[in-house]
Design a protein around this ligand. Sequence first.
Ligand SMILES: C[C@@](CO)(OP(=O)(O)O)[C@H](O)COP(=O)(O)OP(=O)(O)OC[C@H]1O[C@@H](n2ccc(N)nc2=O)[C@H](O)[C@@H]1O
Ligand SMILES: Nc1ncnc2c1ncn2[C@@H]1O[C@H](COP(=O)(O)OP(=O)(O)O)[C@@H](O)[C@H]1O
Length: 284
Amino acid sequence: MSGWSEDWPAPAKLNRFLHIVGRRADGYHRLQTLFQFIDRCDSLAFAVGDDGRIELETPLLGVAPQADLSVRAAQALREASGVTAGVRIRVVKRLPLGGGLGGGSSDAATTLVALNHLWGCGLDVDALAGLGLGLGADVPVFVRGCAAWAEGVGELLTPVEVDEPWFVVLVPGTAVATRSVFEDPELTRDSPLITIRDFLAGACRNDCEAVVYRRFPAVAEAAGWLGNYAPTRLTGTGACVFAAFASQDDARRVCAALPPGWEGFVARGRNRSPLLRRLAAAQR
Ligand SMILES: C[C@@](CO)(OP(=O)(O)O)[C@H](O)COP(=O)(O)OP(=O)(O)OC[C@H]1O[C@@H](n2ccc(N)nc2=O)[C@H](O)[C@@H]1O
Ligand SMILES: Nc1ncnc2c1ncn2[C@@H]1O[C@H](COP(=O)(O)OP(=O)(O)O)[C@@H](O)[C@H]1O
């Protein structure tokens, strides 16, 4: 086995808005959303081996190693590329599970991009994004690494450049299962299509909020508290909520005022994922 690689970042994302605009024949919901990265990341390291085994050194509580999205990504890449090498994977987890920050999807994307390089698979970014889509709807945007306007179930991506504010992100102590939100009979499923111009004019929201705030009072309470400082929105299907601020100092002041026992952090919006910079450095 070779030594451990240096760290590879797996950033979180925010859904700056999320509209549900219809449903596919297979029951999946068609969305419109804008994905932007934030500079809050899990960190992954890899030790390539020649015994063909894919192993996770850092299993998550409640997730079997074989079900971990980093392991599933490594397996998918090995099958698609035909390489016979193995790998040990180490994840320093900073992103909450079931928080709507896409941590699992981002871990999968970073594994695909890093191992494509470390194993020398030679797949191009379209092939990696295609593999990622088989693991989760949010994986392709993390593989491509550009903030994006997304349609379909999140796989039809158009890169965008939008403002990169400082955000306060609150992490209510509860995980929201994406499936349970999409199954709720009261979910809005018929939002009209909007344009990027509508988004820029502020004509957007997150259609999951009513359902999530009703079912998870702790999320509603977090949104209510942050809403006293700035317009607040749910990311994805939650549980995290966020608000934008003009400066890091403004965002820090709000975070410093969090009630005791509440969790939150300050992070900067990013149109380019730090994963792209890391890959470029590895290729130099
Ligand atoms: C809606 C988003 C927005 O970012 O929510 P978050 O998960 O980030 O909160 C994501 O696209 C979520 O993508 P992902 O987290 O990969 O969802 P999956 O695990 O594939 O979906 C879990 C279940 O939710 C339902 N589902 C998911 C996505 C979708 N567009 N329509 C659906 O109906 C399906 O029943 C699916 O089996
Ligand atoms: N490496 C991983 N990191 C986080 N969650 C994972 C991972 N692998 C599998 N999962 C599973 O995926 C679920 C959703 O993960 P996550 O991406 O954190 O939430 P969300 O999709 O709400 O942003 C988790 O609750 C967990 O069961």
